[in-house]
Design a protein around this ligand. Structure first.
Ligand SMILES: Cc1ncc(COP(=O)(O)O)c(C=O)c1O
Length: 374
C-alpha cells in the first residue's frame, strides 16, 4: 500500500486549525468591539477598509455584509437595471449572476477556455448586443482571468469592466493585485475564503471617488446624513465583529497565501498521473489557490477511491450557471457552454488550506498517482 499512511480524514477544507491558532488575538479584537459597542459599521470597519484598500493597492475599499451584496451594489452604482445585459462566465459560483439579476438586468453566460477554465475572451464579442452594459470577469479558484483580453473588449465596445474577486484576495495579474483593474472589484469574506471573516462579510474596491461615495450611501439606507434618504438604499453594512476579525486576519493573509502556493507547487510537481488534468497557468497569473481544481474522466470513480483512502475532496461546481434551474427562463440548453459543462461533470477540488501539512500533501499526491481510471 501507500508509503505514508494517513489515519485521520483529510477534508477539503479545515477552518478549525487556523481559528485555534489566532483565537486569542481574535477574542481580544472582539472584546474591543464589545467595549465600544461598534457592532454595525464604525471604527473597526473603517480601519479594515483602509487596510484592505492598501492590500489591494486601490484608492478605496468599502465593507459590506457579504460578497453577493458587493456584486449587487456594484451593479446599481453602475446604473445597471432592467433592459440591460451583463456578460459573465458560465463557470462561476452562482452569486456572480445574482448580482446582475437582482437589478432586473439579464446575465448573459459565456463559456470558459478549455485549459485555464476562466472566461474565454474570444467568445465574448459574439455575446455583445446593444443592451450589453458590462462584463464581469471572475478570478475563479483564486487565479486571475485574462484581464487584458477582457478589458480590451470593454474599451472597444465602451462597456464597464467589473472584477468578481470573491475567491482571489491577494492574487496578482501581471504582478498587480486584483481588484483595481475594472470600475470596481467585488470580494467575499465568507469564512471559507482565503481571507474570511468570523461571520459573513464582503467588500468592494475602486479607484473612483464617485463610485466610492455612491456605494457608501447605497449600503446605508441611501443616506449621507442620518435619516435623510436621498436615494433608494439598502442595509448592507459590514458588522463590527466581522471587521475586527478581518483586521486581525489580514496581517496573516500574505503568509497564508504563500503556504497555499507552496502546496499548489507540490501538487503541480508531484501529480504525474495522465488521468488527472490540472488548471493551466499563464505567465501573467499569480494565483492564490482558493481552490485547487482537477479534472478527470470518471469523477465518481476517483471520488470513491479517494474517500476510501480518507481523502475528501470538494466539488466546485456541479452545475454551470447557464443550466441552473433558476435560470431556465433564459432558455439555455446543454451544449451552449461546452467547456463549462465538461468541467462541471468532471471536476474535483483537492484539499487546500494553509494548515494542510506536507505529510498530508505528499500522501494525497501518492494516492492520486496510484489511481487507475480503467
Ligand atoms: C465567485 C464568487 N462570487 C461571489 C460570491 C459571493 O460571496 P458571498 O458568499 O460572500 O455572498 C462567492 C462566494 O462564495 C464566489 O465564490
Amino acid at each position: 500500500m501507500f508509503r505514508s499512511i494517513v489515519k485521520q480524514k483529510i477534508p477539503f477544507l479545515d477552518l478549525k486549525i487556523q481559528h485555534q491558532q489566532i483565537k486569542n488575538e481574535i477574542f481580544q479584537a472582539f472584546e474591543k468591539v464589545y467595549e465600544n459597542t461598534s457592532f454595525s459599521g464604525g471604527a473597526f470597519v473603517e480601519e479594515f477598509e483602509k487596510d484592505f484598500a492598501e492590500f489591494c493597492r486601490t484608492d478605496y475599499a468599502i465593507g459590506v455584509n457579504n460578497g453577493t451584496s458587493a456584486l449587487h451594489l456594484a451593479m446599481i452604482a453602475l446604473g445597471i437595471g432592467e433592459g440591460d445585459e451583463v456578460i459573465i462566465p458560465a463557470n462561476t459560483f452562482i452569486a456572480t449572476a445574482w448580482g446582475v439579476s437582482y437589478t432586473g438586468a439579464k446575465p448573459v453566460f459565456v463559456d470558459c477556455t478549455a485549459d485555464t477554465w476562466q472566461i474565454d475572451p474570444s467568445k465574448v464579442e459574439e455575446k455583445i448586443t446593444p443592451a450589453t452594459k458590462a462584463i464581469i470577469g471572475v478570478h475563479l479558484y483564486g487565479q486571475p482571468f485574462d484581464v487584458e483580453g477582457v478589458s480590451s473588449i470593454c474599451k472597444r465596445h465602451k462597456l464597464f469592466l467589473l472584477e468578481d474577486a470573491a475567491q482571489a484576495q491577494g492574487a496578482k495579474y501581471e504582478n498587480i493585485p486584483v481588484g483595481g483593474f475594472g470600475e470596481m472589484g467585488c470580494f467575499s469574506f465568507y469564512p471559507g475564503k482565503n481571507l474570511g471573516a468570523c461571520g459573513e462579510a464582503g467588500g468592494i474596491t475602486t479607484n473612483n471617488k464617485d463610485y466610492y461615495n455612491e456605494l457608501q450611501r447605497l449600503r446605508n439606507h441611501g443616506c449621507k446624513e442620518r435619516y435623510y434618504h436621498d436615494i433608494l438604499g439598502y442595509n448592507m453594512r459590514m458588522g463590527g465583529l466581522e471587521a475586527a476579525s478581518l483586521g486581525v486576519k489580514i496581517k496573516y493573509l500574505q503568509g497564508w497565501n504563500q503556504r497555499r502556493k507552496e502546496i499548489a507547487k507540490k501538487y503541480h510537481n508531484g501529480i504525474n498521473n495522465p488521468a488527472i488534468k490540472m488548471q493551466s497557468q499563464p505567465d501573467w497569473a499569480d494565483s492564490v489557490y482558493h481552490l485547487f481544481v482537477i479534472v478527470t474522466k470518471n469523477r465518481e470513480n476517483l471520488m470513491e477511491y479517494l474517500n476510501k483512502q480518507n481523502i475528501f475532496p470538494g466539488l466546485h461546481y456541479p452545475v454551470p450557471c447557464h443550466l441552473q434551474k433558476a435560470y431556465t427562463h433564459l432558455g439555455y440548453k446543454k451544449g451552449d457552454c461546452l467547456n463549462a459543462e465538461y468541467l462541471s461533470n468532471h471536476c474535483l477540488s483537492l484539499p487546500m488550506y494553509s494548515e494542510l501539512t506536507d505529510e498530508n500533501v505528499e500522501y494525497i499526491i501518492e494516492v492520486l498517482n496510484a489511481y487507475d481510471d480503467e
